[in-house]
Design a protein around this ligand. Structure first.
Ligand code: 6PG
Length: 632
């Protein structure tokens, strides 16, 4: 049963929907006081309204704050009901300021015609058509409310509300690791009634869900479980359950354990970093059990999951619509306050897009590591490098640049912490899959591969130490001849190539799998909440509208031309001074290859034909015929 204690129930809607009648009846039913918000209007507002003049935002501000104070005071005692129009999101934000998790909105809705008719029939209530119309004009229906159609009579309305209040949880979260915990709190903070589950493992994972619920106030209404059947039964149908468990076999095992308790039409959402091929298989498998499946990429780490991640959901669109209010409510918001969550496409497309996000993340991280290496070779210490990188924010701001500055400055005693970390970079597989996917699709997203292999090389620490002795010990360290501004430009250049390659991979996959992906929309949901959010990503939202290749975009052509001399010099200097810069060098190599009109691939064709009779096409034959030559 959901908790109705310590809550303020706001009954809202335009004039004439019956807020007072419903509010009073509901108050009696729940045995808590009802307050009519209209009684708290200042004199000036009352006068204005009685003249039939609509109130403006300014008029309402003081009134909204008064209602906020009223709600807070009542909460100290227990629960109450407040009836008020609260037509706009920001009105509701003011009213619930500071008590968000204790507030529940009940939205009485009806059409203009129905409400006008009701008002006309009421002897005690006069309202000009214009005034009601002005209310409909500004009405922003609440997202996470109990919606009640006023076609029911007041008694029925109240019993529907009571049923809804006492009803089962709206959403289930399975797996209370770091991400699952943060997402649960995010859902609860958004006012959703949730059930949370974590398995029981003797002596290792005991009472995880209960203890977690007790730790956070916002989870006071959450229902905790370590029994799968009870967890599933605590949810409203169709059940919506988000799995936050380790990708791979564990996800399959969890699905197997939960399916027996599900009913037709229930929805599982996999929010882990699953392989998109697995997602497609799971989607089809669950379909055969009449269970829906959404594979949702979730980016933002622990912090993003709590305050708003970027979410990339894939699966059947109709199914997505059912879970949309939950996912959009908990997602980060872009600069226009739109959720950084949008339907991506069919089957595994959400996880595919998340995988490419991670591939691009690997590159962005590797580029920063290479840049720091160069700045060190130029004689800067880590604090100085942090200051240099901080100054780059103006031209190339990103979440990863920002955290790199903080990481570089972190000290342990007098020492930089980074200096104490073994230089072996780990990975959980998404960069690997992105490299496999780009190779399988025949798309040259070479930077992702370079960044991945740079991590792999780093892992051979013992070999590197040994080989250093053999190849480098005798040679003296030299300093590259570079200006800091040239390093910045090389970094900017390489980031453009990274984004070009990443979006190209998505666009080619979209064609191949017939997903119909919207590149600009993907860039938009990556402008906040995710690890690769940046000012460049914000720019791309516009650029990618109807334009899938950044290299063909006039603005980027100009930028690339301006940055090219610097990347060329930086890469040359690094090679001359034995600095490994796999992503920076691949970025310029890629552009050089890509802008070579007549390459030496003709020789490859000739070689293939020589040893394998693989045939070739001729430049002097437009008919696209294939030729074979006896080369001996
Ligand atoms: C994110 C991250 C997140 C995680 C990955 C990367 O978008 O929030 O990408 O999903 O950090 O697991 O991990 P590896 O670097 O370990 O492959």
């Amino acid at each position: 049963m959901s908790e109705n204690k310590n809550k303020v129930f706001f009954v809202m809607g335009v004039s004439g929907v019956g807020k007072s009648t419903v509010g009073e009846l509901l108050g009696k039913e729940l045995a808590i006081p009802y307050f009519d918000g209209d009684d708290f209007h200042p004199k000036e507002n009352v006068e204005k309204m009685s003249k039939g003049e609509p109130l403006n935002d300014n008029d309402r501000l003081g009134w909204l704050k008064t209602l906020n104070i009223l709600a807070k005071e009542q909460l100290k005692k227990n629960s109450c009901i407040i009836g008020c129009s609260a037509l706009k999101n920001n009105y509701r934000d003011i009213i619930t300021n500071g008590i968000e998790k204790h507030s529940k909105w009940i939205f009485l809705e009806g059409s203009f015609a129905v409400i006008m008719e009701r008002i006309k029939n009421r002897s005690d209530h006069f309202m000009p058509t214009e005034l009601l119309k002005s209310q409909f004009d500004i009405l922003e229906p609440p997202k996470n409310a109990i919606n009640i159609n006023i076609s029911l009579n007041p008694k029925e309305i109240v019993s529907t509300i009571v049923n809804k209040l006492n009803q089962k949880s709206e959403f289930g979260l399975f797996g209370l690791g770091v991400m699952g915990k943060s997402l649960s709190r995010n859902l609860a903070n958004n006012g959703f009634y949730i059930s949370i589950f974590n398995r029981h493992v003797d002596g290792i994972e005991e009472n995880v869900a209960v203890n977690f619920k007790n730790e956070y106030e916002e989870l006071s209404a959450a229902l905790p479980f370590d029994d799968i059947e009870a967890f599933v039964n605590s949810l409203q149908k169709p059940r919506k359950i988000m799995l936050m468990v380790n990708a791979g076999k564990i996800t399959d095992r969890v699905i197997e354990s939960i399916v027996p308790y599900l009913s037709e039409g229930d929805i599982l959402i996999d929010g882990g970093n699953s392989n998109y091929n697995d997602t497609k298989i799971r989607h089809n498998y669950l379909k055969s059990h009449n269970i829906h499946f959404i594979g949702a990429g979730v980016s933002g780490g622990e912090e993003g999951a709590l305050s708003g991640p970027s979410i990339m959901p894939g699966g059947d669109k109709d199914v997505y619509k059912i879970v949309q209010p939950f996912l959009e409510a908990i997602a980060a918001k872009d600069e226009n306050k739109l959720p950084c969550c949008a339907y991506i496409g069919n089957d595994g497309s959400g996880h595919f897009v998340k995988m490419v996000h991670n591939g691009m993340e690997y590159v962005e991280m590797q580029l920063l590591a290479e840049v720091v290496g160069i700045l060190m070779a130029l004689g800067n210490n880590l604090d100085e490098i942090a200051t240099i990188l901080e100054s780059w924010k103006e031209m190339a701001d990103s979440y990863l640049l920002d955290i790199t500055v903080k990481v570089l400055r972190k000290k342990e005693g007098n020492d930089w912490l980074v200096d104490k970390i073994i230089d072996k970079a780990g990975n959980k597989g998404t960069g690997n899959w992105a490299t496999i996917a780009t190779a399988q699709l025949g798309v040259p997203s070479t930077l992702i591969a370079s960044a991945l292999f740079a991590r792999y090389i780093s892992f051979y620490k013992e070999d590197r130490v040994e080989l250093h002795k053999k190849y480098r010990e005798a040679t003296s360290k030299t300093k590259p001849n570079l200006l800091i501004d040239e390093v910045l430009k090389a970094y900017q250049f390489s980031r453009i190539i990274n984004h070009q390659q990443g979006f190209k991979l998505i666009s080619e996959a979209s064609k191949f799998y017939e997903w119909g992906l919207n590149l600009s929309e993907i860039a938009r949901i990556w402008t906040n909440g995710c690890i690769i959010k940046s000012t460049l990503m914000q720019e791309l939202v516009e650029t990618l509208k109807g334009n899938e290749n950044l290299l063909m975009n006039e603005k980027f052509i100009q930028q690339i031309k301006e940055l090219k001399p610097s990347i060329t010099k930086v890469v040359s200097q690094c090679v001359l001074n034995e600095l490994a810069i796999p992503c920076l060098s691949e970025a310029i190599n890629f552009l050089n290859s890509h802008t070579t009109a007549n390459s030496t691939a003709n020789l490859i064709q000739a070689q293939r034909d020589y040893f394998g009779a693989h045939t070739y096409q001729r430049i002097d034959d437009d008919s696209e015929n294939f030729y074979h030559t006896n080369w001996k």
